[in-house]
Design a protein around this ligand. Structure first.
Ligand code: HEC
Ligand code: HEC
Length: 244
């Protein structure tokens, strides 16, 4: 299959231009005619109505594994998010949004295109495969210096959508954020707050506007330490036998 030709060189080439493109400010993006909104036009609903094929999803995931790693854990430093265990609806929505240009991700964009991985069915298939991977027991966490403050902010502001333990909600497209790498959480949160992640939920954007930098780091440090249930967690050092 074509996707097997993804090389380290092509990944590095894609990463090389990422910082420049990611630096674009939201006002400039709006001036470009790029749209904002949580539930924009995309392949999302079509993909969610298809019956997924996990074996095909495994084949598609090979291209993803170059960055998100064969076990789906991403990197502890947050360059690449953990995808393992994420809700199927969230993976479908984010992937469809990235493909449709509703969420900027210049690093990944070329590898998400239909010419690389196939059409809407491939989105359904790979999301099913990823959602079934178990999560890392050792994600990247914050400094741990302000956790009480973080816990209080979380209870008051985040539980109603992301759940008491950061488990999210598959039916509502609310992501699982427990055990996600701290640096990735911080990056996404700041982009959501600033309007740079154009597909963000408007109620969340509103909710977090008064957060100071201190609040932000405290709440996300707390989130990074929330643990998924044991049955969703892989043993330490687990290697995905599908990619050996
Ligand atoms: C060249 C590296 C690269 C490849 C290949 C890649 N991704 Fe990504 N992906 C990223 C990066 C970097 C991010 C985080 C972008 C950001 O910080 O906004 C990301 C983010 C995501 C997200 C959003 C996660 C979230 O929590 O919102 C999903 C879903 C995703 N990727 C799925 C995939 C799938 C499925 C594939 C294979 C078809 C894939 N990616 C291939 C680099 C890659
Ligand atoms: C009104 C519901 C709502 C509230 C309240 C809310 N969020 Fe979110 N959050 C969402 C949704 C929905 C998304 C995914 C947005 C999208 O589809 O692009 C999200 C995305 C995120 C992400 C990015 C996750 C990823 O995988 O990329 C982080 C981090 C996050 N929220 C943290 C928080 C924290 C911390 C709080 C509390 C301070 C909070 N959210 C409050 C609904 C909410």
């Amino acid at each position: 299959m074509r996707i097997k030709t993804l090389s380290v060189a092509s990944v590095l080439a894609a990463l090389a231009f990422a910082p420049v493109a990611l630096a674009a400010d939201p006002a400039a993006a709006a001036a470009d005619g790029k749209k904002s909104g949580w539930m924009q036009e995309s392949e999302r609903d079509d993909a969610l109505h298809l019956t997924p094929n996990k074996d095909k999803g495994r084949e598609v995931y090979e291209v993803c594994s170059a960055c998100h790693m064969p076990n789906g854990w991403g990197l502890d430093d947050g360059t690449f998010p953990q995808l393992a265990g994420q809700h199927r609806t969230v993976i479908v929505k984010q992937l469809a949004d990235i493909r449709a240009g509703n969420r900027d991700n210049p690093t990944m964009y070329p590898f998400a295109l239909p010419s690389e991985i196939g059409g809407t069915q491939s989105i359904a298939d790979v999301a099913d495969y990823i959602a079934g991977l178990r999560m890392t027991p050792e994600n990247g966490v914050g400094p741990g210096t302000d956790l009480e403050h973080g816990a209080k902010l979380y209870a008051d502001n985040c539980v109603r959508c992301h759940g008491a333990n950061g488990e999210g909600d598959n039916d509502k497209f609310y992501p699982r954020i427990q055990a996600q790498h701290y640096n990735y959480l911080v990056r996404q949160y700041q982009w959501i707050k600033a309007g740079k992640r154009r597909n963000a939920n408007p109620d969340m954007v509103k909710q977090i506007q008064t957060f100071t930098d201190k609040d932000t780091l405290a709440v996300l440090d707390y989130v990074s330490r929330l643990k998924p249930p044991a049955e969703l967690t892989a043993p330490k050092g687990w290697e995905n036998p599908d990619f050996k």
